[in-house]
Design a protein around this ligand. Structure first.
Ligand code: HEM
Ligand SMILES: [Cu+2]
Length: 581
């Protein structure tokens, strides 16, 4: 291991382009991913505001746009909001952003295993984002189909209606490119973790963040490969005359479509074989970050380290075999549904292990309520609140009436969307000092945290009740039915909460820019942590360890070890006593 620890090494770049744009340095690339995700999340949030506006005040002219929203515009918003959030925020920031910034340092390496590939994966992701945004500006409009772009509608082309022309082509092309980027990134993470660990850093001494990024990369390799292939088939159906997803005898605009023999369900299988692991690709890094941050700020070893590792692996393995729970409503043999149901509930076991271990870490710890820790605790709270409804939805009999309602919108926003966002906030407050060499403002951070926590619960919790009352998902008009009209107060409450919460995100932006310019200079180890990134200067030099990779002598979470000089022992410290957990 040690001789290869410098394998990712390359010379420090000189010019601006080499240093900041096409940089090979994992730290710059990680930051690039983070900033791309920040832009994307703002685009996604603005789109969600327009949807919330339409749901609360249907028929009113949209602010700034000045026209009344059309049904196809609502559906395009749903599609673009979901797509941008899932791919360009949740997949991009926790894994590619933080993983790139921190993983090589945490394993004592000079860089990722393949720096050029790393640079290429970022710029490929960037191109993919540009193509996706371009789909707003083409004739026939942005794609319609939800983030799942179900066939056969998505396979038919322009004649199938608004959003099915160029916009849908661009969606497919963009996601194809995104898959290429993600596959390159995944390979890099896997090889780096396996090959570049420094001397003494055995697998069972890895920080849980590294376990999470590594496992996520393996999932990414499986999932994105399938989605990439599926995108090719979908495109062939649209432009190549094939019939992978278009059934025989489909009638469109009074005419029989000239395709035969395909299966729309095939698309659903392929999509969800990607799509369910994808939600774990989004959340696993957040779990790693929560573990790291909770252990640090409760000044305790993470409770049940081994169990945490096996829970991560268990979740990953199970996550590849539950995709059918998205298809109960599509029609399915009850025995198959039963199998998918049991496997889905089984994911509750490793998830509960993780939750209890987080609580066990907090329990009787000397808890410090730094902003990073508040967000980590918020992560656990949201993950549990959103996860519990997942157990309901895993029952086909419960899922059938709730699947296409706002109950599901509430479920996935809490467990995947906002929980992952809280993981990103925790990671940002925790590693900002390391990455930029300056501290963020804690007071502003805490205010931002409390408004955001209360805000997201106000936005998403009432949707459960609306869903049970029958509010359909992906549905533009609440005016069409009497029972929907009866709920305006909840719609207003949710939409106003969304406006306030999104406005409060300005505090975060201010904190970022103010801290970059004026924040207090960070020391090497401001939070008094144990892992290797805290043994190098903030920000770390070009090759992290100045050509002298550290040696590791202990596990990643040695806090409050009896007999030690301080309440934390660095992984690279040889002399101190070893804890017995
Ligand atoms: C301020 C926060 C947010 C608000 C107000 C919001 C609002 C909405 C609304 C109104 C819908 C459409 C509901 C429907 O008619 O079916 C939606 C869908 C969706 N949102 Fe969000 N959202 C927010 C944050 C997020 C985040 C952080 C994610 C990250 C995963 C996310 C992912 C999605 C997805 C995947 C869909 C489903 C799209 C589809 O049906 O294809 N949202 N959101
Ligand atoms: Cu799923």
């Amino acid at each position: 291991m040690s001789e290869s620890a410098g394998a990712g090494h390359h010379e420090a770049p000189a010019g601006f382009l080499r240093k900041w744009v096409f940089s090979l340095d994992h730290k710059v690339i990680g930051a690039q991913y983070w900033w791309l995700g920040l832009i994307a999340v703002y685009v996604g949030m603005v789109l969600s505001l327009y949807m919330r506006f339409q749901l609360a005040w249907p028929g009113r002219k949209m602010p700034l746009v000045g026209t009344v929203m059309l049904p196809e515009q609502y559906l395009a918003l749903v599609t673009m909001h979901g797509t941008i959030m899932v791919f360009f925020v949740l997949t991009t920031v926790p894994q590619s952003g933080f993983g790139n910034s921190i993983l090589p340092i945490q394993i004592g390496a000079a860089d990722m295993a393949f720096p050029v590939l790393n640079m290429l994966s970022f710029w490929t992701t960037f191109v993919s984002f540009a193509v996706m945004i371009a789909s707003f500006f083409v004739t026939a409009g942005a794609p319609i189909g939800g983030w799942t772009v179900y066939a056969p509608l998505s396979a038919l082309g322009e004649s199938a209606g608004p959003g099915q022309g160029m916009g849908m082509n661009l969606w497919i092309i963009s996601i194809f490119i995104f898959c290429v980027a993600s596959l390159m990134g995944a390979l890099n993470f896997i090889v780096t973790t396996l090959d570049l660990r420094t001397k003494g850093l055995s697998l069972m001494r890895l920080p849980l963040t590294v376990w999470a990024w590594f496992t996520t990369a393996i999932l990414g390799l499986l999932a994105f490969a399938v989605l990439m292939g599926a995108c090719v088939l979908l495109m062939l159906d649209r432009v190549g005359g094939t019939s992978f997803f278009i059934p025989a005898g489909l009638v469109l605009g009074g005419k029989v479509v000239n395709h035969k023999g395909g299966s729309p369900l095939l698309w659903q299988h392929l999509f969800w074989f990607f799509g369910h692991p994808e939600v774990y690709i989004a959340i696993l890094p957040g779990m790693g970050i929560a573990s790291q941050v909770l252990s640090t700020f409760c000044r305790k070893p993470i409770f049940g380290y081994r169990a945490m590792v096996f829970a991560i692996l268990g979740i990953a393995v199970l996550s590849t075999s539950v995709w059918g729970h998205h298809m109960f409503l599509s029609g399915m043999n009850p025995y198959t549904a039963f199998a998918f149901s049991i496997l889905t509930v089984a994911i509750g076991v490793p998830s509960a292990i993780k939750t209890f271990n987080w609580l066990g870490t907090i329990w009787r710890g000397r808890v410090q309520f730094a902003t990073a820790n508040l967000f980590a605790i918020g992560f656990v709270s949201l993950f549990v609140t959103g996860g519990i409804t997942g157990i309901f939805l895993a029952q086909p009999a419960v899922d059938l009436p709730l699947h296409d309602t706002h109950f599901v919108v509430a479920h996935f926003h809490l467990v995947m969307g906002v929980a992952a966002i809280f993981g990103m906030f925790a990671g940002t407050f925790y590693w900002f000092p390391k990455i930029y060499g300056r501290m963020m403002n804690e007071t502003l951070g805490r205010i931002h945290f409390w408004i955001t926590l209360v805000g997201v619960y106000c936005i998403f919790f009432p949707l459960h009740f609306q869903g049970i009352a029958g509010q359909p998902r992906r549905y533009y008009s609440i005016e069409a039915y009497q029972f929907l009209k009866a709920m305006p107060a909840i719609h207003h409450f949710v939409s106003i909460s969304a406006i306030v919460t999104i406005a409060a995100q300005t505090l975060f932006l201010i904190n970022i820019f103010w801290s970059l310019a004026k924040g207090r200079r960070a020391e090497m180890n401001p939070w008094r942590c144990t892992t290797l990134e805290w043994t190098v200067p903030s920000p770390p030099p070009h090759d992290n360890f100045g050509g002298h990779p550290p040696q590791v002598y202990r596990g990643a979470y040695e806090y409050s070890v009896p007999g030690a000089r301080e309440d934390f022992v660095l992984q690279s410290e040889a002399e101190a006593p070893v804890s017995r957990h």
